[in-house]
Write a protein that binds this ligand. Structure first.
Ligand code: ATP
Ligand code: MG
Length: 180
């Protein structure tokens, strides 16, 4: 049987962003919600599904060729998505640099024959799942400074799902490049 892993591309939070999200998770917990594990908070870019080892190598190689630049994402609204029963932090505006990165990663995935989500991309951080409704809590906009993207593995274990960074690619800041 071919060895496969469940993979997805994501933005992975730095410590500062994770701490801010922890604060929000705590207020959700205080309101009776069960937040997802702090260690699992992320922004999915493109979900790949089960990928065999040979295809993973090719995907990593192609991802290395993507030239993306840093951007700031503003997560400005708490949203409830009734169909997947998800409470998430969503971003009203998708920065062009993010849209270009997602399109490039989607091209990589489909180029290797993987089927990807056909729905329009909506950046979000899942905070509670399953959730029943939208809580009545105040939530300041959260600024997420994206300086890299990652290939993640989703691992299912007895305590639920956990994610591992398989590879991380830093973005190239064109302004800094001018001085090097
Ligand atoms: P679980 O499915 O066990 O509850 P999970 O959803 O956190 O856990 P995965 O299903 O491996 O873990 O998903 C990893 C990430 O990819 C999550 O952000 C999830 O929302 C997203 N994802 C999963 N399946 C799809 C899909 N078919 N299309 C788009 N995104 C997906
Ligand atoms: Mg899932």
């Amino acid at each position: 049987m071919t060895d496969t892993s469940r993979l997805f591309f994501a933005l992975w939070p730095d410590d500062e962003t994770r701490l801010k999200l922890a604060c929000l998770s705590r207020s959700l917990a205080a309101n009776g919600y069960r937040p997802v594990s702090m260690q699992n908070l992320h922004v999915t870019l493109v979900f790949l599904g089960q990928v065999d080892a040979a295809t993973e190598i090719l995907i990593k190689h192609s991802a290395t060729g993507i030239s993306a630049q840093p951007f700031v994402l503003t997560f400005d609204r708490l949203s409830y998505w009734p169909k997947p029963k998800v409470l998430c932090l969503a971003s009203t505006h998708t920065p062009d640099k993010l849209a270009m990165l997602v399109a490039a990663l989607a091209d990589v995935a489909t180029g290797y024959g993987l089927q990807i989500d056909a729905r329009p991309y909506q950046p979000h951080i899942t905070l509670v799942r399953p959730a029943k409704n939208l809580p009545d809590i105040d939530c300041d906009p959260l600024l997420w400074r994206a300086e890299s993207f990652c290939l993640m593995e989703s691992c299912s274990g007895p305590d639920g799902v956990s994610y591992k960074v398989r590879q991380q690619w830093p973005f190239i800041d064109k302004h800094l490049q001018l001085f090097t």
